[in-house]
Design a protein around this ligand. Structure first.
Ligand code: PLP
Length: 371
């Protein structure tokens, strides 16, 4: 199977697996216990925190380990919003891990202003500037989109929020594997990361918080993570996350050239969504008008290639992706996209093989559709 679905998840790296192994075996202690096994676990957890902090440009005390990106996003949105209804500004293309908490707040009486994007899926910065008002509880704009790969102008967004003194939450789950992270310099209040998107284990991530004491916990219990996230610490997960994060993306990312090769070789009938926007280097969303994406994904699967229809989190939905309708695709078009996401190990032979399989699957399906 040729795996071209790295935006959904990535294979764990050797470094992450090896770093985790002792903590799945003989170093199994509970990091909150004072005995030697507990202390060893605590030391490893705090070393992982320092590594994450160093790699993301923040202080160790600003790292709250969570069960992944979804929990980090939820904690930021609910935490920054507070309990009493107020107003929040959220981009129209957020991942469900941000969008659903925002909709939940709306049901609790909050006003949600949805910030629009243009036809390429780029945030309309002037509209965003007009929407953000002093007193808003938070603004949320993702760094890079999981469906289209579009990279948002986060430093400009952060400046607008700083002018209005509105805390900004940035979902950096998709950006982290490809873009250099600098939390403090980015000027955001909070940022969410997930290990399994960057060759770490599933079920672990973190929320970076400029002022962790301003972010209330989502999960209450024994007061771990300095009271910000209760629950026995996932030491192996944090260690694997840190090891994966320590392997920096190459400065000259080879995925970009491969992606360009893929897009240049597409069969007639395919268009690239968000082609004119700055996108993640390995990410390509292909629109094939008049064909249900699932059929193509299944045909490619039979040919030995793993790609996604839309995005993994929405593949089972019957609804067309809100990300794509927000940038002007109609419902039929939004159901006719496949997402190809290359990894650091992807090769030009794989891309060429994929293009041949795509052309063959498309020809078969089109003949079937017309028969
Ligand atoms: N945010 C974005 C942009 C994502 O792509 C994902 C995963 O698909 C998440 C959040 C959720 O992260 P996790 O799978 O760690 O819960």
């Amino acid at each position: 199977m040729i795996y071209l679905d790295h935006a959904a998840t990535t294979p764990i790296s050797d470094a992450a697996r090896e770093a985790m192994e002792p903590f799945l075996g003989e170093r199994f202690g509970n990091a909150s216990e004072p005995h030697a096994l507990g202390r060893a676990a605590r030391a490893a957890l705090e070393q992982a925190r320092r590594t994450v902090a160093e790699r993301t440009g923040c202080e160790p005390r600003q790292v709250i380990f969570t069960s992944g990106g979804t929990e980090a996003d939820n904690q930021a949105v609910f935490g920054l919003a507070g309990d009493e209804p107020g107003r929040i500004v959220v981009s129209a293309v957020e991942h469900p891990a941000v969008r659903e908490p925002a909709l939940q707040l709306e049901r609790r009486g909050f006003a949600v202003a949805w910030a629009p994007v243009d036809g390429n899926g780029l945030l309309d910065v002037e509209a965003f500037r007009d929407l953000v008002r002093p007193g808003d509880r938070l603004a949320a704009v993702m760094w890079a989109n999981n469906v289209t790969g579009v990279i948002q102008p986060i430093s400009g967004v952060a400046a607008i929020c700083a002018d209005a003194a509105v805390p900004l939450h940035v979902d950096a789950v998709q950006a982290a594997p490809s873009l250099p992270l600098a939390f403090a310099a980015a000027g955001t209040a909070t940022m969410a990361l997930s290990a399994h998107k960057l060759h770490g284990p599933k079920g672990v991530g973190c929320l970076l918080a400029r002022d962790p004491s301003a972010i209330p916990p989502l999960i209450f219990g024994g007061g771990q993570e300095a009271g910000r996230r209760s629950g026995t610490e996932n030491v192996a997960g944090a260690v694997g996350f840190a090891a994966a994060l320590a392997e920096a993306p190459p400065a000259d990312d080879p995925r970009r050239a491969l992606r360009d090769r893929l897009e240049a070789g597409l069969p007639d009938g395919f268009a690239v969504v968000s082609a004119d926007a700055d996108r993640l280097p390995g990410h390509s969303l292909l629109l094939v008008a008049g064909l249900r994406a699932e059929l193509l994904v299944l045909a490619l699967d039979r040919a030995g290639f793993a790609v996604a229809a839309g995005s993994a989190c929405e593949s089972e939905d019957q609804e067309p992706s809100h990300v794509l309708t927000a940038q002007g695709l109609n419902a039929a078009e939004a159901r006719s996209v496949i997402r190809v996401s290359l990894g650091s190990g992807s090769t030009s032979a794989e891309v060429d093989g994929f293009l041949a399989a795509l052309a063959a699957a498309f020809a078969d399906l089109r003949t079937g559709a017309l028969a």
